[in-house]
Design a protein around this ligand. Sequence first.
Ligand code: ADE
Length: 427
Amino acid sequence: MEYEIKDLTLAQYGESMLKLAREEMPGLLSIIQDYAGVNPLAGARIAGCLHMTSQTALLMETLVALGAQIRWCSSNRYSTQDNAAAAMAKKGYNVFAWHGETEQEFEACKTRTLFDGDEWFPNMLLDDGAELSRFICRHYPHKIGALRGISEETTSGVVELNQLYRSGLLTVPSIVINNSITKTKFDNIYGCKESLIDAIKFSTDFMIAGKTATIVGYGDVGKGCAKALSSMGAHIQIVEVDPISALQACMEGYRVRTLSDCCRNSHLFVTATGNINVITLADIRQMKDKVLLCNMGNFNNEIDMTTLDTLECTALGQNIAEYNLGGNKTVRVLGHGAPANLSCAKGHPSFVMSTSFCNQVFAQIELWNNASRYPARVNSLPRSLDERVASLHLSHLGAELHRLSEEQALYMGVSINGPFKPESYRY
Ligand code: ADE
């Protein structure tokens, strides 16, 4: 057994956090029960690269319960919960992750996740932001053929994977679980809605009510963030390039403005675009004194931290830094521009991560057992599995489904047991 983590003495606390998480992850527990004795992942050697949190720990336990061997690292340098990593290391998992890794350490953790000397190389990847996929394509392109499939977590990962396919570097199938409704319309919206507030409150003394908050990007993540801040009494402004998303924001009652307009009056900025350098130093110089900046996108590059880091900086706490802009003006940044919910707080709540991670488990089972159904490109899970993920979470909330009659099913042209909507239906 091998691991590299911050502090093994945190294991007991981490185990308590896992106990709390387990109570709120009914989908993963049902999958373990449903497949007891079946081992659908027997023979799979999965290299996982996804934020090392308590929720991810339960995903790891589920994969092992289904018969897989795994090795794990975090998909962000600032997202590891050291207590969760310790709990997993103590239990014998191969985990290489700690909060606040340097770039070099992050790369080293990925290497150790992929290799155990000459003994072990994965035949499956479970990825987030295409971190491991890109890493293998860049450093070990001759090893790509050893993989049967890749399951990918995020919106940003899709962009990366498509680039890797287009450039001919990636030649194995992937399933992007962000295309599942039970991922993007739940984790991205309701997860962010709860965890953004945690991040701000854990790290600052920032009163949200009455403030003007600008959300840059009104996709599912931006929608969750806007809802959270608006429900706490903030005035919401949205910055968007896409007219459809912009119109959605208008209809929700938010102002849609250019970034430079928002710079003049906002107290708080949240980036949620999946794009690079969305807020630059030039933008920041137009902002008010002591503005709070926070990223909720997957990568650490939405706020131009490289340029900000050339300025004088003072830590105001563990996860908040104040940069001196000169002329008695400062700007404050949460979690060094990493996703604030994971770098400054505990990430999304377990329940919503259970829906996401059931999709990950089904994607792994599909790719491992039915790889020939999935061409070497970005694929989605079938809607039937999406509906199954939702079903696994209903009773936890006391919900019971109504059933179609034969006549109604015939009228609608669907089966009584689903799928209930065409694949093109967007929810
Ligand atoms: N992404 C957002 N929240 C998360 C969490 N709690 N665990 C893993 N990945 C996440």
